[in-house]
Design a protein. Structure first.
Lengths: 110, 114
């Protein structure tokens, strides 16, 4: 079982503020890291797939960085809005499968 | 476009009763199919995956089984539920199982075993 850790488990952020959180994964045999967003009462949806060390991906106000040598990825939300409230999952690709972290639940307060 | 269905949405079952959860995918052929479970406070745990009809791979020893009787149908079953089977069950599909292939998730089933 691969160890994929996400921290913090949950966070609250004021509307308009920016925030970030971490996904840690094994630094050996790296192929890809996936990020998903899971809103309440909806299905998890893919945000990013990251494969190269130093990669940075952006989708609107959400961006992610990747450090494969030290085994971590940051996800940033700039100018948080209530619709950003969700659980953000990272998943480490290995052996044709995804190993998911427990997620970071973000609550944006208006 | 492709869609994935799961039912039921919620289920309350007594310990020792059987279970059958169904997942179907529309709009694609020969998808890779997955069953995940999320227990309280934990990440998504892969239970089973299937690369084709009748081909099932189990990831963890457990009280559950899976079957794929048709190309786009994936069923999760148990003969006798345990309390520890409670959780949120997600079905997913992907075109391939490559490094960058996205998995697309269904709406999930909340199972409570009492």
């Amino acid at each position: 079982i691969l160890n994929v850790e996400q921290s913090p488990q949950s966070l609250h952020v004021q509307e308009g503020d920016s925030t970030n959180f971490t996904c840690s994964f094994p630094s050996s045999n790296f192929y890809a890291l996936h990020w998903y967003r899971w809103e309440t009462a909806k299905s998890p949806e893919a945000l990013f797939v990251m494969t190269l060390n130093g990669d940075e991906k952006k989708k609107g106000r959400i961006s992610a960085t990747l450090n494969t040598k030290e085994g971590y990825s940051y996800l940033y939300i700039k100018g948080s809005q209530p619709e950003d409230s969700a659980t953000y999952l990272c998943a480490f690709y290995n052996d044709y499968k995804l190993s998911f972290g427990a997620g970071t639940t973000v609550t944006v307060r208006a | 476009s492709q869609t994935i269905h799961q039912w039921p949405a919620t289920l309350v079952q007594p310990v020792g009763s059987p279970l059958s959860l169904e997942c179907t995918v529309e709009g694609t052929s020969n998808p890779n199919l997955y069953w995940y479970r999320q227990a309280a406070g934990r990440g998504l745990q892969l239970l089973f995956y299937s690369v084709g009809i009748g081909q099932i791979s189990s990831e963890v020893p457990q009280n559950l089984s899976a079957s794929r009787p048709q190309d786009r149908q994936f069923i999760l079953s148990s003969k006798k539920l345990l309390l520890s089977d409670s959780g949120f069950y997600l079905c997913a599909w992907s075109v391939l199982r490559g490094v960058t292939d996205t998995q697309y998730f269904g709406p999930g089933t909340r199972l409570t075993v009492l």
